[in-house]
Design a protein around this ligand. Sequence first.
Ligand code: ATP
Ligand code: MG
Length: 326
Amino acid sequence: MKRSLSGIQPSGILHLGNYFGAMKQFIDAQNSGEYDGFYFIADYHSLTSLTDPKSLKDNTYNIVLDYLALGLDPNKSTIFLQSDVPEHVELSWLLSNVTPVGLLERGHSYKDKIAKGIFPNTGLLTYPVLMAADILMYDADVVPVGKDQKQHLEMTRDIAMKFNQQYGVELFKLPEPLILDDSAVVPGIDGQKMSKSYGNTINMFASKKELKKQIMSIVTDSTPLEEPKDPNNNIAKLYTLFASIEKQNEMKEKFLAGNYGYGHAKAELLDAVLEYFGEARERREKLAQDMDYIHTVLFEGGKKARAIAQEKIMKAKEAVGIIGNM
Ligand code: ATP
Ligand code: MG
């Protein structure tokens, strides 16, 4: 069976981009029965942009609840915290020594985050090396992600090749990204890539009031109500994620005809989001009552992942000439 592996950072509250770009793919892969799935919470990665310990803790629990409410099943997929498998960090050190600084400095995500004012700490620069360790540790065949991670996946492949070549081993498998065209980059309320750390998100598990506020703040132009409008505006783009082709076309026609305001479209989008996530929102409320269960899921997932990681790290140490007595 092919192995699928991916992670999400607890750098904020999960949003439509995380769901359509990544999580929906995890769940579809799981339910197809064709993949052995490993899905983790990249808590070490989130330290590159998040400095508040309480937020990190809360966000971490929230993501586990989101994963389960949206349909990840711990009996079918391995769900764990990155930090529960410390071998990820060990491997990232070994990999960092075959990774040219220039490769990391060319990182789009690194450059974007710095441009947005995130402090350029070393972790932000070496983020892709830890990500390579996450993936290569488990011999993942595929990595379901959004398009923003395409370059990081290419770096993972480069790093794996370089290590294998330098040490004359076939230790690391080259993974393939799984990116869906329709949801490759979900736009945020400002039209840029929706991102936890950019403050432009629509959060599927926000309260109805908050969700309404987020959707109503989607940025539009000032075309008057009566006039025709661009049928591919941000609201229409987000609506495509939820509505049938007929409904999408209806909205586009209304925009083209005029006398259809952005406010109307936002109200339709809000209804569609609430309907789409209705059952998951109910499931999540129930799950949040049983934190013991959440801890058990993480404990069992961490144990399973760690057993694999311990074997792999032994081989990696052996390849580079580290003796290892423990
Ligand atoms: P941060 O701003 O802290 O980087 P993020 O919102 O970009 O957070 P990540 O944890 O970096 O989320 O990414 C988790 C997954 O969600 C990745 O597979 C990423 O490609 C995907 N993803 C994130 N934002 C989007 C988006 N707007 N459209 C599609 N996929 C996305
Ligand atoms: Mg990101």
